[in-house]
Design a protein around this ligand. Structure first.
Ligand code: CA
Length: 238
């Protein structure tokens, strides 16, 4: 058994099974409690809380991990905060992969750039709403390439990417989809500026998209590249 240093004992609680999986052999009190815990030693619950839950030592209940946290293991009394600026879609998350980057939208560069769905290439979060603007310098136009886009099939366009002249729903629409396309599509904007919006609903998610664009001089003719070829060292025959 223990050497007396690796074990601590705690006051027994009279908690009965609440929210646990019920598929584990019951442990006998007293339970060993790791010494490195930062908390006052408390008896573990009489049942293990499931992954996605933590044991609330005040209410003696298994509680779902709140949004922005997760817990992959059984029988824990805390939830783990999502790394960085990520968060979960729902409470009760069981895995760090449920932590998603929520950032999206913004002003885009004059000459080249890309838009991508939040958390790309991971699944985008629920209830996302992103708006991007491309406003190229005068006389330049916008060329968009959609290499592929992954949006789950849902009723009534649950998740949608739309590009329009401006935020007005009646403005000229250049592109709109709420479906998966795995073959590239390229097009030029029908106006100089482009307003781009992506919205997702609560259910079902997908990889989304990464869409590059360039702006190009729409008035001058194609200029031939006049770059010199890279020459090898002197003495090379050719
Ligand atoms: Ca959806």
């Amino acid at each position: 058994m223990g050497d007396g240093k690796s074990l601590k004992f705690c006051a027994k609680t009279d908690v009965e099974g609440m929210g646990g999986p019920g598929d584990r052999a019951p442990q006998r009190w007293p339970f060993p409690v790791p010494l490195h815990t930062h908390h006052t030693p408390l008896c573990p619950p009489a049942v293990h809380c499931s992954p996605g839950h933590h044991y609330n030592t005040t209410t003696h209940r298994c509680v779902r991990c709140p949004v922005g946290t997760y817990q992959p293991e059984f029988g824990q009394n805390h939830c783990i905060t999502c790394p960085g600026n990520t968060s979960t879609d729902f409470d009760g998350s069981t895995n760090v992969t449920h932590c998603k980057n929520q950032h999206c939208g913004g002003e885009l560069g004059d000459y080249t750039g890309y838009i991508e769905s939040p958390n790309y290439p991971g699944d985008y979060p629920a209830n996302a709403e992103c708006v991007w603007h491309i406003a190229p310098p005068p006389k330049r136009r916008i060329l968009i390439v959609v290499p592929e886009i992954f949006l789950p099939i849902e009723d009534e366009c649950g998740d949608v990417l739309v590009m329009r002249k401006n935020a007005s729903p009646t403005s000229v629409t250049t592109y709109e989809t709420c479906q998966t396309y795995e073959r590239p599509i390229a097009f030029t904007s029908r106006s100089r500026k482009l307003w781009i919006q992506f919205k997702s609903n609560e259910g079902n998610s997908g990889k989304g998209f990464q869409v590059p664009y360039v702006t190009y001089d729409g008035w001058s003719r194609v200029v031939q590249a006049r770059q010199r070829p890279v020459l090898p060292e002197q003495g090379f025959e050719g």
